[in-house]
Design a binder for this molecule. Structure first.
Ligand code: SAM
Length: 194
């Protein structure tokens, strides 16, 4: 992804103020929902901000589209296999993982339905999906995000008005819980592969 190849060098510095204020706590809460001792898959691992929060695993694979983001993530390795892959075309056989997760990724995926369908394919039945995503907030703020979305998609390929929990449900996942953060601008979404 060209945008993140360009951002990679600045990404951690750009996010540092958010990490220390709230993002790291939300990451921790999200990854605490993953099963332990399992086969786990991360989509769009970026520079590896979640690596030190992975639960004890049997096998972990961290995937990412941008080569430049991977180059930074390599230095943070947590024992997972790091792989360049598009979430819309995952290079794994069906029923490969017990759980999958993504943080701040589904806003950038061009076809989220394709990515959900791939997730469902590579997850075992009853597998867990954990998402931490910025989404279209409820109420009047949602309209503002619709307008913002015009600029963010054009400039940084980032969809500011995605309704990710609804998309997950439409794709056939069971959405078990949606925890709203920051007035609903960010959602921690817990799903099950049915
Ligand atoms: C905002 S960053 C989040 C990175 C990391 N997950 C985090 O929480 O810091 C979005 C990431 O999603 C990746 N990404 C975007 N589209 C993708 C796709 N189709 N498949 C895999 N990764 C993708 C980008 O390259 C980028 O690293």
């Amino acid at each position: 992804m060209a945008v993140y190849d360009r951002f990679a060098r600045f990404y951690d510095r750009l996010f540092a103020p958010f990490e220390s204020r709230f993002l790291r706590a939300w990451r921790k809460e999200s990854l605490a929902e993953l099963p332990t001792g399992a086969d786990i898959l991360e989509l769009g691992c970026g520079t590896g901000a979640n690596f030190e929060l992975y639960p004890p695993f049997r096998r972990a694979v961290s995937t990412e589209l941008s080569k430049k983001m991977i180059d930074i993530a390599v230095g943070r390795s947590c024992g997972s296999a790091l792989l360049q892959a598009d979430a819309q075309h995952l290079p794994f056989p069906a029923n490969s993982f017990d759980a999958a997760f993504a943080t701040l990724v589904f806003c950038s995926i061009p076809d989220p339905n394709a990515a959900f369908s791939e997730l469902r394919r590579v997850l075992r039945p009853n597998g867990t999906v954990i998402l931490l995503e910025h989404v279209r907030p409820p109420g009047i703020a949602g309209r503002l995000f619709d307008v913002l979305n015009i600029a963010t998609t054009a400039l940084i390929d980032d969809h500011f008005n995605r309704q990710t929990a609804d998309l997950a449900k439409t794709a056939g996942l069971e959405v078990k819980e949606v925890r709203k953060k920051a007035g609903g601008i960010v959602n921690l979404i817990v799903c099950r592969n049915v």
